[in-house]
Design a protein around this ligand. Sequence first.
Ligand code: HGY
Ligand code: MN
Ligand code: MN
Length: 411
Amino acid sequence: MTRLSIDAERLLGRLRELGQIGRDADGRLVRLAGSDADKAGRDAFVAWLRTAGLEVAIDRIGNIFGIWKNGANADAAPVLLGSHIDTVIDAGIYDGCYGVLSGLEVIETLKEAGYDPARPIAVAAFTNEEGVRYAPDMMGSLVHAGGLSVDEALATIGTDGTVLGAELERIGYAGPQESGFLKPHAYIELHVEQGPVLEREGVPVGAVENLQGISWQRITIDGEANHAGTTPMSMRRDAGHAAACVVTFLRGRARASNTPTVATVGAMSFEPNAINVIPSRAVFTVDLRDPDEQRLREEEAALAACLEQLAAAEQVAISVERLARFEPVIFDASIVAMVEDAAQKRGLTSKRMTSGAGHDAQMIARIAPSAMIFVPSIGGISHNPREYTPEHDLVAGANILLDVVARLTAR
Ligand code: HGY
Ligand code: MN
Ligand code: MN
């Protein structure tokens, strides 16, 4: 088969078009899972699947699948591509969407070329990968992989008090298919790196061989509201101060770590949240990650010990709610090698690397040989409207995906 290439303009045009769907009044891209904006993005993707002539299947957690079944082996396990199209708040246009639209583009290119795959090829847009409104993240793929019951997931209460299942019903994406109905032969996810490594080293392709462990917790500290002016420092039970101690503790630990530990307090709120009232309550999230499971456990234990000491020292009550916990994942070495080989055959250098971000591949790796392909993120910026990858890198990554899929479905 002569070397095929994807239709760059079709892919880039859709990426730009999807990137305009779900912008709020301030122009920020916000397509949180189950929202009207998420529905608008989903509707656009389903329309593109239908235009491509794919079978469209939607499961109970709202995962959307476009499936290309060729005649001979329609019942064989498909090669599955995909990622997510939900976003964080004030997102860039590439995170997730690039992998979903590239998966569709690869299928369309192969179909149009008259390619006859040995097995079906499918593309998925997994529900709620970001986990911003409903925790945990990677929820749709976690359910698909059997790591969370669909009923439990549908009952999840969001940060805004809504229930995921009701929202999926409301937007018309509570699908009929049972979760996990599609057992992949293999899964490959194309994604922007969201980090600085590829750009810094001038390498266009990342052959991702593993993905770090993730620990999400929500911590509530209860102290005592009191007058900011009349309460001596020695008599305060200041929930805000205690929360600040945790933030400083986590940063110190992560910076001193001998492994690539990262720690983030991304969301925090005070009550009663008034300039002249000592906070009675602080609620905040902790995101801890490390490629080494033992080290991640050590960081979790260190945080627990810190909270215990802080409760005694500051006379505050501290409660912890676990939101997500995923162990590090090793991807399939043979597919990783295919990514490197495909890059090399297109005259591109590649680099084996660890994913710092969580991805749906982390979940699908539980049920099928999986791997990821990265392309550079300029400035390593992501989860930020300044997220950017040059078009030639986007097209090159999609062509690598095309080559790996052709290899995995060759007769
Ligand atoms: O949190 C993550 O790493 C992913 O963006 N959900
Ligand atoms: Mn993503
Ligand atoms: Mn993301």
